[in-house]
Design a protein around this ligand. Structure first.
Ligand code: NAD
Length: 433
């Protein structure tokens, strides 16, 4: 099948490379010329495990191509995926300008009947807007469908190759048939494809992200109660996670969630609900709880130093919004760095993959160290914000030998408190005894 993918970010590039690996002829298009040039040279513009090999293999076989021309990509394509960004607008709604612009460009490029599929996360009802935008420029018939993406950064290739489910929102029979055929190679069993109306598909994506965010915020709030009553959130996590009705995923208390999806998707769903005057109090509360949670580490640090952070040197381990990605969009580590800096501290950070993004986007907010123990050098406290594997079992003796004061804040509850304390560290976790 000939496919075009518009947008070569985390979703578009994984989608394009993934379908090409199943033998399809895929052209990915991006308006960012520098990005396309890098892709043509075989460079992946962001860190995503396994993606380099996938792209290289399929580029070498000429099944995967890159262009800046929507017309060239869309010409002759049976399916065109829209995978451009939908960032938060100032009022919390999803900014659809990239999606609508892409839709107009696709419309103008159509050469035959084509199914235009929104993979970007878009508010319920967006398909109507996409249809209207395509219609302003199209000279050929088309159908619009929704196929929201559920991949996780850091494990995106696996998620794409072995999806737990595929959601297809479509009402046009030809679109449903084409998408079923396309996913046949990816899904060896038919029961993992869920065909529904377009609005349900659009909303399913928000429902999934909001449900996961609610679980995290629930545990974060509970962690505060734990600290007050002398309970341990980690014991509670295991206690409830072993209940099959609850399950053990997304129950980790921590420094708040960030990233390019959860925060913006919560805001967008809350905005949609408010506009339609339908209360979504649970989602609203999860979002507010997360805003508070992103201040918890700064509060603990300030309390430890009796509010005197002026001149203190604080080391942050982990700057990406989660491990295995270089994505720093809405990263809790950057929120913490801002808070510490405005209280007069110097912040020195280390991250295995995200430092060039931090350097490019955060100016002098954070001093960067080339390796974790260099970040801790001369520090008054060390804070784990993102639980990369390599940062989960620190050598506390080594930390002690380089730090000015032995204070450890474990924003992800992965360090062993006893080990830290045996080495003379004051240890603070989240909702931990
Ligand atoms: P991204 O910001 O990494 O990439 C978007 C790309 O689209 C950029 O390279 C940009 O230059 C390009 N673009 C914008 N307008 C264009 C146009 N008219 N023509 C061609 N290219 C254009 O975005 P992302 O993280 O891949 O997210 C894309 C969408 O997928 C968003 O709606 C997001 O919410 C959703 N999503 C993201 C993830 C994730 O983990 N990142 C997971 C599931 C869903």
């Amino acid at each position: 099948m000939k496919i075009a993918v518009v947008g070569t970010g985390y979703v578009g590039l994984v989608t394009g490379a993934g379908f090409s690996d199943f033998g399809h002829d895929v052209t990915c298009v991006d308006i960012d010329q520098a990005r396309v040039e890098r892709l043509r040279r075989g460079e992946i513009p962001f860190f995503e495990p396994g993606l380099h090999d996938l792209v290289q293999r399929n580029t070498n076989l000429s099944r995967l191509k890159f262009t800046t021309s929507t017309a060239a990509a869309v010409e002759g394509a049976q399916i065109v995926f829209i995978a451009v960004g939908t960032p938060s607008a100032a009022d919390g709604s999803a900014d659809l300008s990239y999606v609508i612009e892409a839709a107009k460009q696709i419309g103008a490029a159509l050469t035959q009947f084509t199914v235009i599929v929104t993979k970007s996360t878009v508010p319920v009802g967006t398909a109507d807007k996409v249809m209207a935008a395509v219609a302003t420029t199209a000279k050929h018939p088309f159908a619009v469908a929704s196929n929201p993406e559920f991949l996780k950064e850091g494990d995106a290739v696996n998620d794409f190759m072995k999806p737990a489910r595929v959601i297809v929102g479509a009402e046009d029979p030809a679109a449903i048939e084409l998408l079923r055929t396309l996913y046949q190679g990816v899904l060896r069993t038919n029961d993992r494809i869920h065909v529904m109306n377009i609005r349900s598909a659009e909303l399913t994506k928000y429902a999934a992200n909001c449900m996961l965010a609610v679980r995290i915020s629930f545990m974060n709030e509970l962690s505060h109660l734990c600290e007050v009553v002398g309970a341990d959130i980690e014991s509670i996590r295991k206690g409830i996670g072993s209940d099959p009705r609850i399950g053990n995923k997304f129950l980790f208390a921590g420094a708040g969630f960030g990233g390019s999806c959860f925060p913006k998707d919560l805001r967008a769903l809350i905005h949609t609900a408010r506009e339609l005057d339908v209360p979504l109090g649970v989602v609203d509360a999860a979002e507010r709880a997360n805003e508070r949670q992103k201040r918890v580490l700064a509060h603990k640090i300030s309390q430890h130093f009796n509010g005197a952070l002026q001149g203190k040197r604080i080391a942050l381990w982990g700057l990406a919004f989660k491990p295995e990605t270089d994505d720093i969009r809405e990263s809790p580590a950057l929120v913490l760095a801002e808070q510490l800096r405005s209280a007069g501290a110097t912040v020195v950070g280390y991250d295995p993959e995200a430092m060039s993004n931090v350097r490019a986007q955060c100016g002098d907010l954070i001093e960067l160290a080339q390796e974790p123990y260099a970040a801790a050098n001369g520090a008054d406290a060390i804070v784990l914000v993102t639980e990369w594997h390599a940062l989960r079992a620190p050598d506390f003796a080594r930390l002690k030998s380089v730090m000015r004061q032995c204070v450890a804040f474990d924003g992800r509850n992965v360090w062993l408190p006893n080990v830290a304390r045996e080495h003379g560290f004051s240890y603070y976790g989240i909702g931990r005894r």
